[in-house]
Write a protein that binds this ligand. Sequence first.
Ligand code: ATP
Length: 234
Amino acid sequence: MLAVSHLTKRYSSALANADISFVVQPGEVSVLLGPNGAGKSTAVKCIVGLLRFEGEITVCGHPNKSLEAKRVLGYVPEMPALYELLTVEEHLEFIARAYELKDWKPWAQTLMDRFELTDKKDKLGSELSKGMQQKVSICAALLPVPKVILFDEPMVGLDPHAIKELKKLFLELKQGGCSVIISTHMLDSVDELWDSAHIMMGGRIAASRTREEIERQNENLEDLFFQITEGGSK
Ligand SMILES: Nc1ncnc2c1ncn2[C@@H]1O[C@H](COP(=O)(O)OP(=O)(O)OP(=O)(O)O)[C@@H](O)[C@H]1O
């Protein structure tokens, strides 16, 4: 479970996150929506422990910067950051060693197969296209089988096969009890996947809805998104 409580992040001049609170239960897919500059990536970076912030964030009950939290937390950044001199396979081995994983090779092979990386396994990070780097980044985040995982604009740069595979994986993670958080401004990419949605605007959560609420109130997430981002908050 992920619990974000009163998250506030200020860069020198801008208030990027203002008093954000939300919870993502095990087996829930939650999307952070919002236009460019709404504060999504900042929130994600605070959650995964890359930025200092005010407020409280816990991952499965542990403070987000603790080792216990890091062991169960996965992160796929907006821009993949691979090691130039490690091959695809070595990236996965590096993660396996860092997390002290046992019997990881079959899962690593499955991930490489699913993301069509097996024939690229000996290529260096510096030799990979942007999309291939993104696929390695996804495989690396999934290898330790996290309990909470955050994807920042995960579909950008992926080919249709990888998008299809990733969507299947989101559902598998959900079925396996993982808390999944996807930050995006591409509403249609997550349309059939989400259980809860938080629409961010100007660093705040302007509206939160569960799928059940949207269906019960006969709302449409896309309409709500444009209502908020082109008009006032709701
Ligand atoms: N390193 C930084 N230093 C100063 N201001 C920053 C920094 N990073 C982001 N900001 C500001 O914080 C605000 C939120 O940015 P953020 O990247 O979190 O938005 P976003 O919703 O992820 O946008 P996008 O969809 O374009 O990725 C913006 O006003 C941005 O200019």
